[in-house]
Design a protein around this ligand. Structure first.
Ligand code: NAD
Length: 437
């Protein structure tokens, strides 16, 4: 099938490359000319493991191409995916900003011909957006033969290709059989694979994405609260998480306490869900609490660092490992580091940081940090070393080398990567999240 993908960011590029891998002919379109130029030159504008090879292979085999011209992308396309950004509105009210979606819809409308086309929204959007997209297109091009479908994306950055190619489920929101058949054809390799499909209304599909992210955010906030409670009562959150996670009804994933969730999805999607609920006279008190707990957790981490340093960051050198909101991505959107590091700097600390992928973007946002080449340089002469993002390369550090290069062997592990006892034996003062000392 010929498929156009509008928006070539994390989701658009991964979806485009994977759909091409399924055997479709995919044209990825983006307005950002430099992004498309880089892709045409063989570069990849984002960091996502395995994406460079997958893109190169499908380009080489003639199934994947890139353009800034929507007409070229839509030429002969039976399906047009919308994968543009839906950030929180700038006004800070938490509502999703649908400007890019509606713009894309209007542009698509002008290019629809006589051939039946399904416009598939992959972006995360509030309930009702699909209907609105349909209205925009129908008004702009009354003769167009089209349907609108919702197909929310559940991939995780850092594992995006596996998530797309072997998803836990595919959710499809349609309001007629004709559109459902086109989606079934697109995802045929997954049907053959026995992937569960949830075919439902457009509204239910739209809401399911927010519900999934809100639930995961609640799980993180829940374990963060349990970690804080562990600290208060002298219990250890790691065996606690295992004890509860082994219960099949709870599940062990997403029970890792830390500095709070970040990234391009959970913060904006939880807020958007709250706004959707409010707007419909409904409430979502659990999600509201998850958002509050998350904000408080970041503040708590700042205090944790300050307390470990003896009550003040002023004049101290703090080494930091990790900047991105999670490992295996270069995405800095809403990363906890963006809240924690400026607070340390403001209190007069010198902050020397390392991250395998996030330093370029972080340097533009936080120029006052010193950006160094590796973990050992971050530790050199430091009064404390803070592990903020659990990149694999920080999991087996040479502890003796670290300790010897630090001014004070204080290790603040905000991801509970290391075992307290092992760190104490290695000569460190160790501070984890919800751990027994
Ligand atoms: P992104 O910011 O990485 O990419 C969006 C792209 O859309 C940008 O390159 C932008 O230039 C382009 N764009 C905007 N308007 C356009 C237009 N009219 N025509 C062509 N291109 C246009 O965003 P993302 O992280 O890929 O997220 C996209 C959507 O997918 C969001 O709704 C997000 O919530 C959702 N989502 C993201 C993830 C994730 O992990 N990043 C996972 C699941 C769902």
């Amino acid at each position: 099938m010929n498929i156009a993908v509008v928006g070539t960011g994390y989701v658009g590029l991964v979806s485009g490359a994977c759909l091409a891998e399924f055997g479709h002919r995919v044209v990825c379109m983006d307005k950002a000319a430099e992004r498309i130029e880089e892709l045409r030159r063989g570069g990849i504008p984002i960091y996502e493991p395995g994406l460079d090879e997958l893109v190169a292979k499908n380009v080489r085999e003639g199934r994947l191409s890139f353009t800034t011209d929507l007409a070229e992308a839509m030429d002969g396309a039976r399906a047009v995916f919308i994968a543009v950004g839906t950030p929180s509105q700038r006004r800070g009210n938490g509502y999703a900003d649908l400007t890019y979606i509606y713009q894309a819809a209007a542009e698509i409308a002008g290019l629809l011909g006589n051939e039946y086309t399904v416009i598939i929204d992959k972006s995360t959007v509030p309930v009702g957006t699909g209907r609105q997209v349909r209205r925009i297109i129908a008004e702009a091009n009354p003769r167009a033969d089209f349907d609108v479908a919702s197909n929310p994306e559940f991939l995780r950055e850092g594992a995006a290709i596996t998530d797309f190619m072997r998803p836990d489920r595919v959710v499809i929101g349609v309001d007629n059989e004709r559109a459902a058949e086109v989606l079934q054809e697109i995802y045929n390799p997954l049907y053959l694979n026995a992937t569960p499909f949830v075919v439902t209304s457009i509204e239910t599909a739209e809401l399911s994405k927010y519900a999934a992210n809100a639930f995961l955010a609640m799980k993180i906030s829940f374990i963060n609260e349990m970690a804080n409670l562990c600290e208060a009562v002298g219990a250890d959150v790691k065996p606690l998480a295992r004890a509860i996670g082994l219960d099949g009804r709870i599940g062990g994933k997403f029970l890792h306490p830390g500095p709070g969730y970040g990234g391009s999805c959970f913060p904006k999607d939880t807020l958007a869900l709250l706004r959707i609920a409010q707007e419909h006279g409904s409430s979502s008190r659990l999600v509201e609490a998850a958002v509050e707990v998350n904000a408080a957790q970041k503040g708590r981490m700042i205090k944790k660092i300050r307390d470990a340093l003896g009550g003040s960051e002023a004049g101290k050198t703090i080494g930091v490992l990790g900047l991105t909101f999670k490992p295996e991505t270069d995405d800095m959107r809403e990363a906890p580091s963006l809240t924690i590091l400026p607070a340390l700097l403001e209190k007069g600390a010198t902050v020397q940081v390392h991250d395998p992928q996030g330093m370029k973007e972080a340097a533009a946002i936080m120029p006052a940090c010193r950006y160094v080449e590796n973990a050992y340089e971050a530790a050199a002469g430091a009064d404390a070393l803070v592990l903020l993002t659990e990149w694999n390369q920080y999991r087996a550090l040479d502890l003796q080398r670290l300790r010897e290069s630090m001014k004070t062997p204080l290790f603040i592990d905000l991801r509970n990567v290391y075992e307290p006892e092992k760190m104490t034996d290695a000569g460190f003062t160790y501070v984890g999240v919800g751990r027994l000392k």
